[in-house]
Design a binder for this molecule. Sequence first.
Ligand SMILES: [Mg+2]
Ligand SMILES: [Zn+2]
Length: 284
Amino acid sequence: MASASAPEVVVVFDFDRTIIDWDSDDWVITKLGAADAFQRLRPTMRWNPLMDRMMAELHARGKTPEDIRDCLRSAPLDTHVVSAVKTAAALGCDLKVVSDANTFFIETVLAHHGVLGCFSEIVTNPASVDADGRLRISPFHDPASAPHGCSLCPDNMCKGKILGRIQATGSDKKRRRRFIYIGDGKGDYCPSLKLGEGDHVMARENYPLWHLICDNKQLLKAEVHPWNSGEELEKTLLKLAGEVISPPAQASQFDYSKCEMSNPASCPPSCAALITDQLLVRKY
Ligand SMILES: [Mg+2]
Ligand SMILES: [Zn+2]
């Protein structure tokens, strides 16, 4: 347990391809047989309204919100990630999810694996079931209000703005706080830029966030740590959280030479396939 004088550790998780090793939107649409409609509509719609539209497609095909829940429950969650979440919560870290998926998908998955209660907050696009029994997905950022004004992020959500709000509204103002942000995607870059010295970004290696960080190394104040699997995520998160709570004599430095080593052109075929797959399903 953390001592009263140790900094509070706030761990912010992205959801798709971070907590889960898959993409929840992609999983539901593909498994419930609406990939054809997705492919047809994708060129004409932005991601967030497209997901609401896809829920209408599923409803028209007789799929209920309970079918969607069952579909999400059938997807795997790495046992190392479950253990990382439980252990970090037990250490006294404040865990949050900031995601461009939606409340229905995220809460279903986390509850199914018994870790929903480990998170103090889930910040994502709102979802609800309407009178017709159709799942509706709304943008996190109210389209009726002024645009959020961040050119890095999609219209419906700026994760950097969300992180700024979390940074500004600490539970205990007297206690220092250290942030650990874990993500993989383009949308995770904006919040990474908002972190300060002493904070940490855990970027999934060879995914868009990692490449953006490597391309603009000097822009980040936080320390960067790569991870490749649930096992590495667990190991790195618990090491960092432990170091914040009981600092070692000297913190290890991120080896930026790994950025050069992770150039997609030099990847083995399996790695290159992963990157191609990622680009196809990327949300924005
Ligand atoms: Mg992600
Ligand atoms: Zn932003």
